[in-house]
Ligand binder design. Structure first.
Ligand code: PMP
Ligand code: GLU
Length: 397
């Protein structure tokens, strides 16, 4: 009999990755699937970044590096934190990992003991829940709705804090809602957190450069909580570098040291060549990133306009990331060929089967009244997908 540990047997599979896989399998069987399920830019990595990687290979930069990343890359990240976020992190406070995903799990495993509570505003990125689960912590959600643009208030945060709270974890711009906290909103949350210096704040800023309305704001900018905050970022989204696997944190020194220690036993440093590419990304021309952002902005408006023609979908206008997160609850309880679609899971499976469009159910993100649509796809695919969604939803009685 296979004997899996309880840890892995109880762990939920990533819904984003599962849905993307399901889409790929149907495609391989010859179905014409449009996948709007995976949060992955459809652009290739800018040329100057690829050139830096080629140069690294040609120059034999193929050995293990220091576990928290090369000093050159950490200095480039230090300069980026100062330039873009007004944050002071020394290279010793920076740990580079195999994607922001690893940066996040490092932090959770280093700070959360079994039974301790982690506040995660919902909707949240799927893997936060699994990471807390792996650390045997307890996830405490603060629920938000589309009417509040899926953002929590200081009062909601205060009410969720208990003597067992160890951490608060959120993303802005947010995956899956695309919401972005303003400086004033972050200041309100920081004020609450400053009263609880034993609570750590994990601020996931991986969508920083995909922000259509204004300047990105980091919560670590508020001096009263700088020593409680771990700023997480990465290269996957803003530089179209998902496959390169580079993420990083800026954190209080003792937390950075703990992550370095954990990583030293687990994966060691990320790929030396990818680190050279990441360095070139931060030190190089940002225009390709701005161009991608502008494309996402244009597509967002196009998809919102197309979705507005579908009755029953309630959509807001998210200022960041590349997701829409419409409330689809008006369709719950409707039927197709006598089958009742109870919830967003049923609805997304129906849309995959009937419209051949892969989306992700909001249930995986803690908001079961919604579905997530990634608009990181071509205009042609997006137009076709919206037309298919419209006709499949019109068939529901
Ligand atoms: N945080 C959020 C909010 C994400 O959407 C993702 C998805 N890639 C990650 C972290 C992980 O990024 P990476 O690919 O760098 O591991
Ligand atoms: N973060 C992306 C998403 O939410 C990529 C998939 C993943 O890493 O879970 O779709």
């Amino acid at each position: 009999m296979p004997h899996l540990s309880d840890r892995i047997a109880n762990l939920h599979e990533s819904a984003t990755i599962k849905m993307a896989q399901l889409g790929r399998e149907l495609k391989a069987q010859g179905h014409d699937i449009i996948s709007l399920s995976l949060g992955e830019p459809d652009f290739v990595t800018p040329k100057h970044i690829c050139e830096a990687a080629k140069k690294a290979i040609d120059e034999g930069f193929t050995f293990y590096t220091a576990v928290p990343g090369t000093i050159e890359l950490r200095k480039a990240i230090q300069a980026k934190f100062k330039r873009d976020n007004g944050l002071d992190y020394s290279p010793e406070q920076i740990v580079v990992s195999t994607g922001a995903k690893q940066s996040l799990i490092n932090v959770v495993l280093c700070l959360v003991n079994p039974g301790e509570e982690v506040i995660v505003p919902a909707p949240y990125w799927v893997s936060y829940a699994a990471m807390v689960e792996l650390a045997e912590g307890k996830m405490v959600n603060i629920f938000t709705t589309i009417d509040q643009d899926f953002k929590i208030t200081p009062e909601q945060l205060e009410a969720a804090i208990t003597p067992k709270t160890r951490m608060v974890m959120f993303s802005s711009p947010c995956n899956p809602s695309g919401s972005v906290y303003t400086k004033e909103e972050l200041a309100g949350l920081a004020k609450v957190l400053a009263k609880h210096p034993e609570i750590y704040v994990v601020s996931d800023e991986i969508y920083e450069y995909i922000n259509f309305d204004g300047k990105h704001e980091s919560i670590a900018q508020f001096p009263e909580i700088y020593n409680q905050t771990i700023t997480v970022n990465g290269f996957a989204k803003g530089f179209a570098m998902t496959g390169w696997r580079v993420g990083y944190i800026g954190a209080p020194l003792w937390i950075a040291k703990a992550c370095d220690k954990l990583q030293g036993q687990f994966t060691s440093a990320t790929c030396s060549i990818a680190q050279k590419a990441a360095e070139a990304a931060l030190n190089g021309d940002m225009q390709p990133s701005y161009d991608m952002r502008d494309q996402f902005h244009r597509r967002r408006d196009m998809v919102i306009a197309l979705l507005s023609e579908i009755p029953g979908l309630k959509t807001n206008t998210p200022p960041g990331a590349f997701y829409l997160f419409p409330d689809v609850s008006a369709y719950f309880g409707k039927t197709y060929n006598g089958e009742v679609l109870k919830d967003a899971d049923d609805l997304s499976l129906y849309l995959l089967a009937e419209a051949h469009v892969a989306l992700v159910s909001g249930a995986a993100f803690g908001s079961p009244e919604c579905v997530r649509i990634s608009y990181a796809a071509s205009d042609k695919q997006l137009v076709e997908a919206c037309a298919r969604l419209k006709s499949a939803l019109a068939k529901l009685k």
